[in-house]
Design a binder for this molecule. Structure first.
Ligand code: PLP
Length: 393
């Protein structure tokens, strides 16, 4: 690559998802279970509010922190739903999706060489954002046998064997595994976090898609609010990926530092998205619940179908992803995903995009219509039957 490009960027690996989806471009008749984005359009009342706001001439910048009316709505939402209390002036910032929140927090807290624990399998941006901020990612690889759950003793091990571990980034329900944590499990994690004085960056963008038990936000645990940077947004639960709205709630000093970077780089999140966000939090519970119900229906279908095919698949506790193993086919995930795409036009993502040691896992999103899922399952069955090591005709 050209010397004009910084060494840090040259050394960043391209996103494993992007690389794979370049293959899909230009193909016809593809059933895609690849992209992590709801198939639902944003509920109508929210779109209508966005249109209204444009008609009324709301087309300007907002305050750097975001519209105060929106921040108040978020504060009200967090208080009534989770009994979480945040000051809208000092402890909150509206961002361009959770993506911006991840970038800002890394840049706000990390000095060169300081380390962040990243729990794998993980969302693709965590390690690159850490490195771009001058930090180092230390990986904890969770195990399929343990439902891909982070174990408190894993954190303990890392903190004992590494110097300069400043923070841990957790995400639950988790992309790509769907794993989530009960309050009891989170409490056990919080004890180690306190022992090693870590900052917790908690990406809870899938909280509305928790299927098995009530979601517990990390900052709601005893003693955790002062050390947690809580990230959330509208993309997933409200089907608002295109609005690009997220928020950060956290300790004053960290939020102020993040706001400083945000005002230079972004200025403010888009006003139309913020206006839509007010409506989303105020009047869209019914739509959110209906979408969740539909994901639960699809989850049952896809998990049962995969297990019937002999691809072992644990039941995701949240999100709209399954993360089965394809080992029983005799193929690794990359071969399986590429050949499935070429021969049957079904797009899924090899697990290697989400960390190392995931050579036999694939991620499939059930954020596609029930009919698309049925078609994908039919084609996968046909494909698996053609794999010689299966002993099938
Ligand atoms: C775990 C996780 N965090 C953050 C994001 C980005 O969300 P946003 O659209 O709010 O930037 C995604 C998107 O797939 C995600 O899966």
């Amino acid at each position: 690559m050209s010397e004009r490009i910084s060494k840090v960027v040259q050394d960043l690996p391209p996103s494993g998802i992007r690389k794979f989806f370049d293959l899909v471009l230009g193909m016809k008749d593809v059933v895609s279970l690849g992209v992590g984005e709801p198939d639902f359009v944003t509920p109508w009342n929210i779109r209508e509010k966005a249109i209204d706001s444009l008609e009324q001439g709301y087309t300007s910048y907002t305050s750097n922190k975001g519209l105060v009316e929106f921040r108040k709505e978020i504060a009200h939402f967090l208080k009534s739903r989770y009994d979480l209390h945040y000051d809208v002036e000092q402890e909150m910032l509206i961002t361009v999706g959770v993506s911006e929140g991840v970038d800002l927090v890394m840049r706000a807290i990390l000095n060169p060489g300081e380390k962040v624990i990243v729990v794998e399998p993980s969302y693709v941006s965590y390690k690159p954002m850490t490195v771009l901020a001058g930090g180092e990612a230390v990986v904890i690889a969770t195990k399929a046998e343990k439902g891909f759950k982070l174990q408190p003793e894993d954190i303990e091990k890392v903190c004992r064997s590494h110097k300069n571990v400043k923070a841990i980034l957790i995400n639950y329900p988790c992309n790509p595994t769907g794993t989530s944590y009960t309050r009891k499990e989170l409490l056990a994690i919080s004890r180690v976090v306190r022992k090693y004085d870590l900052i917790v960056i908690s990406d809870e963008v899938y909280d509305e898609l928790s299927f098995e038990f009530d979601h517990t936000p990390f900052p709601s645990l005893p003693g955790m609010k002062d050390r947690t940077v809580y990230l959330n947004g509208l993309s997933k639960g409200y089907a608002m990926t295109g609005s690009r709205i997220g928020w950060v709630c956290g300790p004053k000093d960290i939020v102020a530092a993040m706001t400083k970077i945000h005002q230079y780089t972004i200025m403010c999140a888009p006003i139309t998205g913020q206006m839509a966000g007010i409506e989303a939090l105020r009047n869209s519970r019914k739509s959110v619940v209906e979408m969740r119900k539909e994901y639960i229906r699809r989850r049952r279908f896809i998990v049962d179908s995969l297990n019937e095919m002999g691809l072992s698949c644990h039941v995701p506790q949240g999100t709209f992803y399954v993360f089965p193993s394809v080992r029983s086919t005799g193929q690794d995930a990359l071969t399986f995903a590429e050949t499935l795409l070429m021969k049957k036009r079904v797009a899924i993502v090899p697990g290697t995009a989400f960390g190392s040691g995931l050579e036999y896992h694939v991620r499939m999103a059930f954020a596609s219509s029930y009919d698309s899922l049925k078609e994908a399952v039919k084609r996968m069955k046909e494909y698996i039957q053609t794999i010689p090591s299966q002993g099938n005709s």
